[in-house]
Design a protein around this ligand. Structure first.
Ligand code: FHN
Length: 624
């Protein structure tokens, strides 16, 4: 195999011992030549639509929107025939396999007399949200607006008889909030030709999805685009049976009827106007395009009377900031009741977020992402012209030290300080080592219980060291999403997934490598963090599939280790994430400079290594 120059250097750095083990000839393939990186947008064509910049400007600045899941399922509230039904509230028809004829009866009980569009919109506005995405039709097929296409809608089939979308459109227009419609364009459990209902309509070769698409989905989308004034986004979901041609037709329909609207990321086949993360996805590797993550406040989207697993406001605020720091939008869900009320715990949390944003909004909305490709120990970073915002969620006491900012700071102050009193800043650098240290004097305790924002005024744009570097606490984190992945065989499955996890370690010739900078010589403990992820918020993570043999090479040392469960690490901001820490060994770094760490699996039985979902490799000062 022809090893690329950078890898040959790595081999040299790691010493002669390593060189012997790495210089074995391996088959040359196109993949073997190039490090591979994948991210949220990978594999999808880059958007070239010249109108995109104009259409997406407001959305990009918004950063924060309200998701509303409201429909007939809100009547069932998570229970069918007296029995609680697991999974999301809006999925009750599918989970309890409720026949269409029985589910339709819920419409007769749906009378949300407490619904008040102006109150809902005001609540979103006070929370600092800039747009609302509401389910105009979810997978159950019931239209939450007055549709001429199907009588199965809130105006014709319920005692309520009003069109809440008309009322919301008017309230949004008045409040300057963008209204957006969620529309389930392929799944429709009410229709024999729609996708998803196998209990009423068993698999049938005669199923004609095109008929459903032409007769219901497309004309309903036209109604929504025609009858409710300007819309911000058409938010499609679960594309399933949709063909590429149908997706194009849908997208063209949106843009021809509403040339300023956006098409969300789950239309299917197409890159759409922005990427949609997986539900409740808080870990993103490298985001190359605009993106959004939809998040539940408890464990369901549609109302469930027994779901009391509310995330505290502290978590929600940090989630918003984490997403913004990676350049994404945070779409936070509420599930109103069948009476038309937003559950009180949701109202309280939104008010709390709104209070925080009132003071700190400029550090979130209309900001640019963290210029560093990783988060720091103290919290998160966002930027704006002439400013760097440090979101300090782990208050360090009287001194905050951070590395890597090259800009000269003109003034630092706390955003919550009405007097904008200057904080003391000391900057020190050793440019030859790429060492730029900054120390900021702070009050002894955090001024904000959620996230205290320090503003750094700089002249111009941010200028930072982007290479992986040792942090002030001495730790070095080598994130999986920043690895160079080296594939050897053409059928290698090694890849970086959308969560920033390396998967597919089936070939023992593949490896991941990181270059990083160290500033402090000393002894370091090396460990691997692998990821186990729950499928639902509130659910236990699946068992860890460990025990893989790995080879790790760093600073002239080589470790052959079987990964063991040496402890668990959780992520308070991402309740579905959990990491298993496996100790690798101790290494001595004898001088500051750049090092390389290489990791590969050694199990001949490929299936075993498939369970390894690598999140990061960590080096921490020994004894810490
Ligand atoms: O199946 C739906 C689910 O009910 C909910 O609407 C979420 C929100 O993003 N989307 C789908 C699953 O991804």
């Amino acid at each position: 195999m022809r090893i690329p120059k950078r890898q040959i250097c790595a081999v040299c750095l790691a010493g002669a011992f390593l060189a012997a083990s790495w210089s074995q000839p391996r088959p040359a393939t196109p993949q073997g030549e190039q490090p591979v990186r994948r991210n949220l947008s990978a594999g999808r064509p880059t958007e070239t639509d010249p109108t995109l910049e104009r259409r997406i400007k407001w959305w990009r600045e918004a950063r924060f929107g309200l998701f509303i899941h409201w429909g007939l399922y809100s009547v069932a509230a998570g229970e069918w025939k007296g029995q609680p039904v697991p999974w999301f509230g809006e999925w009750i028809m599918s989970r309890a396999r409720i026949p269409v004829a029985e589910y339709e009866q819920l419409a007769k009980q749906f009378n949300p007399v407490k619904f008040n569009a102006e109150q809902w919109v005001q609540m979103a506005r006070d929370a600092g949200m800039k747009y609302i995405v509401i389910t105009s039709k979810h997978h159950d097929g019931f239209a939450m607006y007055g549709s001429k296409v199907s009588k199965y809608n809130i105006v014709d089939a319920t005692p309520f008889g009003r069109d809440p979308m008309k009322e919301l459109a008017a309230a949004c227009r008045k409040a300057g909030i963008k209204l957006c419609f969620y529309y389930s364009h392929a799944q429709d459990w009410h229709e024999p030709d729609g996708a998803g209902n196998s209990w009423d309509f068993p698999p049938n070769p005669q199923k004609n999805f095109a008929k459903y698409f032409e007769a219901k989905a497309l004309p309903q989308v036209r109604e929504l685009l025609t009858n409710y004034g300007p819309l911000g986004v058409m938010w499609f979901d679960t594309p399933q049976l949709i063909t590429r041609e149908q997706a194009i037709q849908l997208r063209d329909t949106v843009l021809s009827l509403q040339p300023d609207a956006l098409v969300s990321g789950r239309i299917g086949h197409l890159p759409a106007d922005y990427d949609e993360a997986t539900d409740n996805q808080l870990n993103i590797g490298v985001a190359a395009r605009d993106w959004e993550t939809p998040v539940t406040m408890n464990d369901t989207w549609g109302f469930k009377k027994d779901d009391h697993n509310w995330k505290p406001a502290s978590v929600l605020i940090q989630q918003l900031v984490r997403v913004a720091s990676k350049g994404g939008n945070y779409l936070l869900n509420v599930g109103p009741t069948a009476e038309g009320e937003i559950p009180q715990p949701s109202v309280e949390r939104l008010a709390e977020i709104g209070k925080w944003l009132k003071v700190n909004g400029e550090s979130v909305q209309a900001t640019s992402p963290n210029p560093f490709p990783f988060n720091m120990e103290f919290g998160y970073v966002t930027t704006a012209p002439n400013r760097i915002y440090l979101h300090v969620v782990n208050w360090p006491g009287r001194n905050l030290t951070l590395y890597g900012i090259k800009n000269q700071v003109r003034k630092a102050y706390l955003l919550a300080d009405p007097g904008k009193n200057a904080l003391g800043v000391k900057q020190e650098s050793k440019p030859g080592l790429d060492y730029y240290s900054m120390n900021i004097g702070l009050p002894a305790s955090a001024p904000d219980k959620y996230d205290s924002v320090v503003v750094l005024e700089i002249g111009g744009g941010s200028d930072v060291i982007k290479t992986l570097s040792q942090q002030p606490d001495g730790a070095i984190t080598l994130h999986a999403y920043l690895a160079d992945l080296h594939k050897t065989a053409s059928d290698s499955r090694l890849m970086l997934d959308d969560m920033g996890t390396i998967r597919g370690w089936v070939d023992t010739n593949d490896w991941a490598a990181w270059d990083f900078k160290t500033f402090r010589p000393g002894k370091y403990e090396v460990s691997v963090l692998s990821s186990v992820r729950a499928r639902l918020t509130g659910a236990a993570p699946p068992p860890w599939q460990g025990g893989q043999k790995v080879l790790c090479e760093v600073a002239g040392k080589q470790f052959r280790v079987t990964l063991a469960d040496n402890g668990r690490v959780s992520d308070p901001v991402d309740p579905m994430a959990s990491y298993v820490l496996s100790k690798i060994g101790e290494v001595t770094i004898d001088k500051p400079g750049t090092l390389k760490l290489v990791l590969k699996t050694e199990d001949a039985e490929a299936q075993k290594t498939l369970g390894l979902n690598l999140h990061a490799v960590k080096l921490v000062p020994a004894g810490k």
